[in-house]
Ligand binder design. Structure first.
Ligand SMILES: [Zn+2]
Length: 443
């Protein structure tokens, strides 16, 4: 009977999801359609789907300032990062202009089968932050998309947040010197926790509320304590002394003992061995759950200098990289004077898209504002509002006309012409008018 009831309840909640469970992102699509913007809604939604298939790999913490251009703001961006089981991530979206900018944040998990992306969480529209806890170890996709025709500046910060307080008083993540999974006993076993080094006698505090399951002295762990809370067991070992007793109820932050080097740590410097065990899964990596080292980003991001939307390569060659690091994989190599589109700025890097449809990062020191050079048209040209086929045509230029050229972006040349207007000159060819650009961008 109980099982039957459970089936009914699950059935109801799934039905509920379908009927009332639109995410803010899905609701935005419906609103656009209701306003008669079917095509725009479709474009916005297909960009969202496309982004999921080609996420940008990042390491946490990640921060960027994004410039929203109304012509291109439909573009969704997806980031992918590996998370440990139970790791908490805060995705913060702060519009830094006065205008209201709706920004949609959704977290997905990649899975086999149809549909291949499962949405796990979404930011509420009245909030600037989404807190997400990974249900298992794996790759998670954070998709960020501004509302249709949004304009302004948005700071995006994706950072790990500790789930628990740090287990050694007045000590931080930099005191962890030996990590989960490290070889032990010449590779016969693996380290099932982390070692936190501190002076002998430093208070060890319980990272959570719970109950003392065991407080004992054993050959390996020395003076050690097991604390249980729900399906979690916390193991504190090599203590100098123990301040609790079996069966005692513990609150978060309570001192339960002090750092020492008892048990098989007697020949090493005093440290706390801290282990975390979750139900039937056994030991899991506690480091991401106590790592308190990511907190400075938010203050510094607003000081990042902005960039024009189009920048030119200053170096003879410039590599577009998969991540904001000189060691990151090369996505594409650009030549001097080629233009790239800036999608977001970071302190020393720009996140860009290239004419060939690649996305990646370039070092700021190797780019410059496009340099105008005189250009006399050898044949008639069309001038478009954006370097893409679907963009509105601004004007036509005849052969022999003189304009200022700022650089090339694929088959498009950024020009400034009479009255300081900017546009993209392109030859009207049968190839371009077949509308193949969209497809080329998506391969
Ligand atoms: Zn250890």
């Amino acid at each position: 009977m109980r099982k039957f009831l459970l089936v009914i309840l699950i059935g109801l909640s799934i039905a509920g999801c379908q009927r009332w469970g639109d995410s803010p992102h899905q609701a935005h699509v419906k609103n656009l359609v209701a306003e008669g913007l079917q095509e725009e809604a479709q474009r916005w939604e297909s960009s969202a789907r496309y982004a999921l298939s080609f996420p940008i790999g990042i390491q946490l913490p990640y921060a960027e300032r994004r410039i929203l251009n109304p012509e291109q703001s439909y573009r969704a961006t997806a980031f992918v990062a590996s998370l440990a089981m139970d790791q908490r991530v805060a995705i913060t979206v702060e519009p830094s202009s006065n205008s209201r900018v709706p920004v949609f944040v959704d977290v997905f998990e990649r899975q086999s089968g149809e549909p291949s992306f499962k949405r796990l969480a979404s930011k509420k529209q009245d909030q600037h932050q989404l807190l997400f806890e990974a249900p298992r170890q794996g790759q998670y996709i954070f998709r960020i998309q501004a509302g249709y025709r949004a304009r302004g500046l948005v700071n995006i910060i994706i950072a790990s947040q500790p789930k628990y307080i740090f287990p050694v008083l007045n000590t931080h993540a930099d005191a962890v010197k030996s990590f989960f999974g490290a070889a032990r006993d010449g590779g016969k076993r693996q380290h099932k926790g982390v070692d936190i080094f501190a002076e002998q006698g430093t208070p060890v505090v319980s990272v959570s509320a719970g109950r003392v399951h065991k407080a004992a002295t054993t050959p390996r762990g020395g003076n050690n304590i097991w604390i249980r809370q729900g399906e979690y067991s916390f193991y504190y070992a090599h203590l100098h002394d123990i301040h609790v007793q079996q069966g005692q109820t513990i609150s978060t932050g309570q001192t339960i003992g002090t750092v020492g080097n008892s048990g098989n740590a007697r020949t090493t410097r005093p440290h706390l061995h801290f282990g975390l065990y979750k139900g039937v899964r056994g030991a899991i990596d506690p480091y991401p759950l106590i790592d308190d080292s990511h907190s400075l980003l938010e203050q510094t991001i607003t000081e990042i200098e902005l960039s024009p939307r189009w920048v030119a390569v200053k170096a003879r060659e410039l590599n577009v990289r998969a991540g904001p690091k000189l060691k990151a994989d090369i996505v594409q190599t650009l030549r001097r004077h080629q233009l790239v589109q800036v999608e977001a700025v970071m302190a020393d890097w720009l996140r860009v898209s290239t004419a060939e449809g690649f996305h990646g990062f370039i070092a700021r020191e190797f780019i410059q504002q496009p340099n105008p050079t005189r250009w006399q048209l050898d044949q008639p040209y069309l001038v478009m509002a954006e370097p893409e086929m679907q963009a509105p045509v601004l004007s036509r230029l005849d052969a022999g006309e003189k304009v200022l050229s700022l650089g090339l972006f694929g088959p498009y040349r950024l020009i400034t012409f009479a009255g300081g207007l900017q546009g993209w000159a392109t030859v009207e060819t049968p190839l371009l008018s077949t509308g193949d650009k969209q497809n080329r961008n998506e391969t």
